[in-house]
Design a protein around this ligand. Sequence first.
Ligand code: SAH
Length: 298
Amino acid sequence: MDRSANAAGVLEHSDTGAQENRVVTEEEWLQKWEMRNIGFHKEQGHPLLQKYLDVLLGGRSGLRIFFPLCGKAVDMKRLADMGHHVVGVEVSEQALKEFFAEHSLPYSEEPVPEIPGAKKLQSTSGNISLYCCSIYDLSSSVVGKFDGFWDRGALVAVNPCDRQRYASLMITLMEQNSSYLLVTVSYDPTKHKGPPFYVPESEINSLFDALGESLKFILRLWIRGGWERPGAWGKCSMMSCTGLPGFLPEKGDWLDKMIGEMEASVQGCLNSARIIAMEELLLMSELCEVPKLKTIKN
Ligand code: SAH
């Protein structure tokens, strides 16, 4: 496996060329939904959002929160229940209808005058608005700007050739003090064609370059969070962050202790970071060398 350490000492896969030209069409995504090929969906919500919710919200209430490529993420309901206004965009109408049905939420449907063929599905209570169209059809003049972003299964689902366009769009949707939680995945890109695609840290940095040094991604949490797939996954978790050496631990109580110390040491950064990237590890044994990790609470 071709891996090298970046400036922070975090191991990165360098052979990203294998995925560069891969294109998944909207039609293929619709088919995934039809065929129930939706292993990415988390019935219980995402543990990383749970864990870093305070970072996303920063103690603020009544935020506008964006879920790009939202699928039927149950966290949208959760954040709306907390009093925030949630906006999502998803190409599959089936996914959006399942979202409302599964949460027994009444909703109304209306066309979006600025986007031919698009629909807006809005909860009757008005605090969840889901656009059924391509993300690339949106602009701040249609959806406004956002205080918080939950990007999970989004940047990593975008075709590699569209990444810059996607990131530039996200930047135009950011409010002044917005926070952006980005979840990426880590595995050897020569062993799986994606999606989810492998997006190295260096690329995340350059994608969000327009935000400038002080505003862009300043902290990277490397979290072994688990990826649900029948038969081939477990749960383990660890983190490292910029400034701390990357490592592949073996086992022992020292790991718990080290994680505790790291978490404490990054709290300050977490409060000031604008974009926080985290990795969820694909625990498919053929895709990554899963080290002898100790199972840790998530
Ligand atoms: N974020 C969700 C879904 C991740 S899978 C979650 O974490 O569960 C990626 C989703 O993006 C799929 O539901 C797919 O239908 C949708 N999608 C793919 N390309 C899209 C595009 N160009 N515009 C909007 N949605 C898209």
